[in-house]
Write a protein that binds this ligand. Structure first.
Ligand code: NA7
Length: 889
């Protein structure tokens, strides 16, 4: 039988008259509820869906306001589970209108005969978990109660409109409409004085059309949104051609993309482009009329870095100034309190130009807040506006509203979901909640949901849930519940993810800030659709990690744990490396390994601009060695940091940590001199150590020539470079100088002992492996010399060394020897601070602009260096929030 015709053969739900008995009850008959019903039936489960509306459609049933459209290209905002359905439906527009989307959902409901299992005009009024029977007991406001094994909330993220929160609404004598509950009858606005409150996506879509009808339109704006022209028309020819050339491949790419729309990651960073090149990219994106395109395709740093984002924001503000004739109105319409994309950007048709119409007035509520609604209109603290109609486009109690506020849900031990979520939604994977067995949420808080193409995220969730229910049935399990450990781990992972993007910097419905009194925190998963999908798959492949499964005749199964302990971007990098299936570096030989590193580094984002970069040679221990100097753009002279690159004393050179040196030069406001010390095996121990010391001495003696502040200098290094920095401090103390003001040791090698736990726990899989460290040691230092403090500084005398900042990473073989060195320094009376970076690996901090979660660590490193040099601290706007992300273990 074709997938296009759903099996109607699933066993019928039974009813004892008062209670309808089903395997699964679903709330909602929108995109998610419809697909759920289809899948559940095909899997042989009895199911019923309940919806307050009188027909299918979910959000598209209710949001019928003028101009309501999809704002993801509709060929992407479609079901993909059935290729026959996928090719049977043709969208008439690039962004379909609400009536067309509703027709599509009706078409789907008919095609699979879904309506017969939907109870329309019915609301669940109460849901309680019956522990003895292991069933959910639901009461409804219309007809039989429901008893079900599994209860699934397919309630949508934006389905509970927010109350107006303005005094006096009841006093108004005119007509009141809510965009999210627009009437089904025709609303006549011609000749009327209309007010619209709210300028989010709904207001921005409705305002131009209302302005065309109304005698006068007054728009009350609290926060200006970024809006981009939709350039609507027929479905875009190039996207359609892509889809048609390889439908399955196109859909699969969407499933593994970051936003659920098949766009590749942007390849370049903003500082690699000239002003003219950036403008050209922006103009192309503006002309393309595609939100996901403009949000992801301009430059790689636009969504993760305040400075990169500011460039886009300003180009959009320039457009607004170019369209809106009145400069004061243009200024009020120009968003300047949040990064572009951190609040949901909107897609418009003639929105800004509407403000040039003589019958449209804008009221800036930041300058004159609404004080009340009166019988005749709206009162601000400066004026009265008499109107006939008020349209509330004031948004939704997003993400949690429909799940929590609509009806009480009582789980295990009589605990209510509202109580559990009082301080913000807790979930495992955004799919389940500890204490609520057999309850699932489709696109719940904690999943990518509203930060993605909902159609793609819904299908992924429905498939995952129904697959699990099938697997449970086959294994004899009747109940599934997330563990507290898994849920807490997910909360930590969510918090880690939220440092990746700029959503945390705006007060929005993503964070709950639009509803007075709601707990604040980024609710959707910001780690991306593809990574999220792979995590859900990994939960399954690791034996339902984080779930407790029980059944009447089988032994309980609980494989407890946290699914992601790495920082989210580190996980992505490691997965990419694993997919590349590279040969072990140590198998390439020194030359091959060096060539590999050069090739690897060529593919990374370019380092950020600094004031000046210059190359030179200095006196090493046995002749000249090269150096590269990074000078800040600020007026000098600056303190000098002597820097030693990583590479296991074998690989790398004075250029190989270029992005890190640039980043630290910018953050510290200091000169970084990266030294090209000699390498093994050509120059074995102690060549690198002696070069390190000689270079530091030379630099300290040539500070003026280098344009730096007079000595003392500072030293810093990563990995084997951290080893050289630590050794240099010991040699400088013992050989009468130079004076060193402080040492930054980033994941340093400090000892030749491989027996510490971090060598066992992280032997493989985190880029720097135990076999690679073995090889580095073999290339550089004969066994007999390995306990020499010039290569194992932990074995040296530690008293009297310069103050230190020691960074170690949780998933690094070198972690424990770094910690041991820091502790030994402290025990010897050396002032020392440690950063134990949770979820990071050996290369995290030097993968600048790749491992974005490394920013907070580099902020702390820079602060330490500034302190060592006696400079005042300064927080850059771009680092806002980065210091307090709980990175340290
Ligand atoms: P949004 O995006 O939440 O927009 C609501 C708008 O209403 C927004 O401009 C709010 O200003 C404004 N608002 C909310 N409450 C008030 C009060 N009390 N006074 C004045 N202004 C207020 O909802 P939409 O329906 O437009 O869009 C929802 C999503 O649907 C959209 O993002 C797409 O994903 C589809 P604020 O920004 O809070 O200052």
């Amino acid at each position: 039988m074709s997938d296009a015709i759903a099996e109607a053969s699933a066993s019928k739900a039974t009813s004892d008259g008062a209670t309808q008995q089903v395997d699964v009850a679903v709330v909602g008959a929108g995109f998610a509820g419809l697909y759920l019903l289809h899948r559940l039936r095909k899997a042989g489960f009895t199911a019923v869906a309940v919806d307050e509306a009188s027909d299918v459609g979910g959000t598209w049933y209710w949001n019928r306001y003028p101009g309501a459209r999809c704002d993801i290209q509709t060929i992407d905002y479609s079901y993909t589970f059935d290729p026959e359905l996928d090719s049977a439906w043709k969208w008439s527009e690039k962004y379909a209108t609400q009536p067309e989307i509703l027709r599509y959902l009706g078409f789907v409901a008919d095609r699979y005969d879904l309506r017969r299992d939907i109870r329309f005009g019915t609301k669940v009024t109460n849901a309680t978990w019956d522990e003895a029977a292991e069933r959910w007991r639901l009461t409804t406001d219309n007809g039989a109660a429901i008893s079900c094994r599994h209860y699934i909330m397919a309630t949508g993220c934006l389905s509970t409109p927010k109350p107006p929160e303005i005094e006096g609404v009841k006093d108004f004598k005119g007509e009141i409409y809510f965009t999210g509950r627009w009437p089904h009858h025709e609303v006549k606005l011609a000749g009327k004085r209309v007010a619209v409150i709210g300028t989010g996506s709904s207001g921005i879509q409705a305002i131009p059309l209302i302005a065309e009808q109304a005698a006068h339109l007054t728009v009350f704006q609290r926060t200006a949104s970024f809006a981009l022209p939709a350039h609507n028309g027929p479905p875009s020819a190039d996207r359609t051609a892509l889809l048609q050339s390889d439908r399955a491949g196109y859909r699969e790419q969407a499933r593994w993309s970051m936003a659920g729309v098949p766009f590749p990651p942007a390849p370049v960073v903003s500082w690699q482009l000239s002003d003219a090149e950036r403008r050209e990219r922006f103009e192309q994106a503006w002309a393309a009329g595609d939100l996901v395109h403009i949000l992801t395709q301009l430059w790689a740093d636009q969504g993760v870095d305040v400075d990169g984002n500011a460039l886009v924001s300003e180009l959009i503000r320039e457009k607004i100034r170019g369209i809106v004739k009145d400069p004061e109105t243009a200024a009020a319409l120009s968003p300047n309190d949040h990064p572009f994309g951190s609040k949901r950007p909107c897609l418009d048709t003639n929105y800004y130009a509407t403000y040039n119409r003589p019958n449209v007035t804008q009221v800036n509520l930041r300058q004159e807040p609404i004080t009340s609604i009166t019988a005749s209109g709206i009162k601000t603290d400066k004026r009265n506006f008499d109107v006939d109609v008020i349209v509330f486009a004031t948004g939704f109690d997003a993400m949690t509203g429909a799940i929590m506020a609509v009806h009480p849900i009582t789980g295990r031990g009589g605990k209510s979901l509202s109580d559990i979520w009082a301080k913000g939604p807790q979930s495992y994977l955004g799919l389940t909640v500890a204490g609520f067995p057999n309850l699932f949420m489709i696109t719940g808080p904690g999943s990518p949901s509203v930060l993605s193409n909902m159609a793609v995220s819904i299908e992924q969730h429905v498939d995952w849930v129904v697959d699990r229910l099938q697997a449970m049935r086959e294994a004899g399990f009747s109940a599934i519940e997330a563990t507290a450990t898994a849920q807490d781990g997910w909360a930590q992972h969510m918090a880690d993810c939220s440092t990746l993007t700029l959503h945390r910097l705006a007060n929005t419905w993503y964070t709950g800030a639009n509803v007075p009194g709601k707990a604040l925190g980024v609710m959707p998963y910001t780690g991306g659709v593809g990574p999220y999908r792979s995590i859900c798959n990994e939960v399954v492949s690791r034996g339902m990690l984080g779930f407790r499964l029980t059944g009447p005749d089988v032994a309980a199964q609980c494989n407890d744990g946290e699914i992601v302990r790495l920082q989210p971007d580190v996980r992505i990098v490691l997965n990419m490396l694993a997919d590349m299936n590279l040969p072990p570096i140590e198998s390439l030989g020194p030359e091959g390994a060096r060539a590999f590193l050069a090739q690897f580094n060529a593919g990374r984002p370019a380092g950020r601009p600094v004031g000046e970069v210059g190359d030179g040679a200095l006196q090493g221990a046995d002749g000249p060695v090269p150096y590269r100097l990074y000078r800040p753009a600020t007026p000098g002279p600056h303190p000098i940091v002597v820097y030693f690159h990583g590479g296991g004393w074998v690989l790398g050179d004075e250029l190989s940590d270029d992005p890190f040196c640039r980043d630290m030069c910018r953050r510290t406001g200091m000169i970084f001199v990266s030294v090209g010390y000699r390498h093994g095996p050509e120059h074995p121990f102690p060549a690198a150590a002696e070069d390190g010391y000689a270079a530091t001495k030379w630099i300290a003696e040539h500070t003026a020539e280098l344009g730096g502040r007079p000595a003392p200098v500072l030293v810093a290094g990563w990995s084997a470079g951290g080893n050289i920095a630590a050794v240099t401090c010991q040699l400088a103390r013992d050989r009468g100088g130079p004076q060193i003001a402080g040492q930054l040791l980033l994941c340093p090698v400090t000892d030749c002992d491989f027996d510490r736990p971090s060598y066992r726990e992280n032997a493989e899989g985190y880029f720097l492996t135990r076999p690679l460290m073995d090889w580095f040691w073999d290339m550089y230092c004969p066994p007999a010399d390995r306990t020499d403090p010039r290569v194992s500084p932990l074995r040296g005398k530690l008293a009297g060394l310069p103050q230190a900042f020691v960074v170690t990473c949780e998933f690094d073989p070198l972690r424990d020897e770094g910690v041991a060195y820091a502790e030994a320094l402290a025990a010897a009376g050396v002032p020392v601070e440690q950063l134990k970076a949770r979820g990071q690996m050996h290369s995290s901090f030097t993968m600048v602009d790749v491992v974005i979660t490394g920013v907070s660590g580099r902020v702390k490193m820079a602060e330490a260096l500034r302190r060592f040099a006696g400079l005042a601290q300064e927080e850059r706007q771009a680092d806002k929030g980065a210091r307090s992300d709980g990175l340290a273990a």
